[in-house]
Design a protein around this ligand. Structure first.
Ligand code: FEO
Length: 396
């Protein structure tokens, strides 16, 4: 009947997971499903902290009913007005007509935009507080992490930090909702990075600003809207977030992305990978951009210090899937990477020039020499250039 967990004095997690979802935001594959967290604070006043996605609203309403144990709901704090956390607002207002919504002014406006509701709401801004009894929520503005209306809050009684979309991850959760109850590094870190890079990655400066504000708080628990909750090992998570938000790579190695029509560009990519391994480089990765989801490729670009783009020329342009990847990386503000380029073309190879142009729009991207140009398939000349590129990629 209910799926609820007490996570701190007077604070209950009552999220739910959707394991049937194929694409989060109708864009990002979630082979392991998606979790939606929300919390209820039971004190002199009762307060729901964020809502839930449409797909799991029924379970959420049952959980909420259980936690309230006959009490009404006094407040709903809306940290983030994206519908994956707010779809239940109309139903909540029907069931709890006296419930006051507490949110930023922008979020209140969005409630009207999404649901055409003029709600009884309290607008809050940075440094405002909501007193619930022993618990007091202190609001922190977090614009563009991930939408402009986002607020976070810190409960000065328990040290719980409600971090909205920050510190989230793709993937459904089972009963072990705390990161220290799973092998997070082995099983979840990749999906946390893929989530950050794709959902929040464009807004590194804004994320860094919020991390700075958070560092001044005595945080004892991090309670995000997706993925695991944190009550220890904060440094593990904060270290990753500081890197991702500042576009600092985690791994000093090479990831090779290739777009290949007949396999010859793929062959060049594989031979380069072998050369890098022979020169002592570990954890080299190779991806076919036509096969692997762009969200995974963006995530790997955030992880690795060096990237090689190997692309066929197609319609005198970059091969389509590679073009999509490059523009996605540009849109996500990827910076500070060392790059190698391999182009292929049977009569007029121009992909390399076009790739260089896109990289020129990105910050602090160092393009290595030589640009390896393949005519249809590798020959002695292009193989020698590939060797030179391998040397450049492994140079100290
Ligand atoms: Fe989980 Fe930006 O919504």
């Amino acid at each position: 009947m209910y799926n609820v967990r007490n996570v701190a004095e007077g604070i209950y997690w009552l999220g739910a997971s959707d394991r049937r979802l194929e694409l989060f935001e109708n864009a990002y594959p979630v082979p392991n499903g998606m979790s939606y967290n929300n919390y209820v604070i039971i004190d002199d006043k009762t307060c729901l902290v964020d809502g839930i996605d449409d797909a799991v609203t029924r379970q959420f309403m049952e959980n909420l009913d259980h936690v309230l144990a006959g009490r009404t709901l006094d407040y709903m704090v809306v940290h983030h007005m994206e519908p994956d956390h707010c779809s239940a607002i109309p139903e909540l207002l029907t069931k709890y007509p006296d419930m006051k919504i507490v949110a930023s002014q922008k979020a209140i406006q969005m409630i009207d935009q999404f649901y055409h509701l003029k709600v009884d709401a309290v607008a809050v801004k940075e440094k405002d507080t909501l007193e619930l009894g022993k618990h007091t929520l202190n609001f922190i503005a977090a614009p563009m992490v991930h939408w402009p209306e986002v607020m976070m809050s810190f409960d000065s009684y328990t040290g719980a930090f409600f971090s909205a979309d920050a510190f989230g991850a793709f993937g459904a959760m089972s009963g072990n909702i705390f990161a220290d109850e799973v092998d997070w590094e082995k099983d979840w870190a990749d999906e946390a990075r893929r989530y950050y890079a794709n959902i929040v990655g464009k807004y590194g400066a804004q994320t860094t600003a919020v991390l700075k504000k958070a560092s001044a708080l005595d945080i004892r628990m991090i309670l995000p809207l997706h993925g695991h909750l944190w009550r220890k090992d904060f440094n593990l998570l904060l270290d990753r977030y500081n890197k991702w938000a500042s576009y600092t790579p985690e791994k000093d190695s090479v990831v090779i992305f290739y777009g290949s029509v007949y396999g010859n560009t793929a062959n060049a990519a594989d031979i380069l990978a072998m050369k890098l391994a022979e020169k002592g480089l570990k954890d080299v990765r190779v991806y076919d951009v036509s096969k692997t989801t762009v969200s995974e490729l963006v995530s790997r670009a955030f992880e690795y210090s060096k990237i090689v783009f190997a692309s066929s020329t197609y319609n005198a342009e970059i091969f389509d899937h590679m073009h999509t990847l490059l523009t996605d990386l540009e849109n996500h503000n990827l910076s500070n990477r060392t790059v190698g380029i391999i182009e292929n073309g049977s009569w007029a190879p121009t992909a390399g020039k076009k790739i260089t142009e896109i990289l020129g729009n990105m910050k602090n991207m160092t393009v290595l020499e030589p640009l390896v140009s393949v005519k249809s398939s590798l020959d002695g000349t292009s193989l020698a250039k590939l060797e030179e590129l391998a040397d450049a990629l492994t140079a100290k």
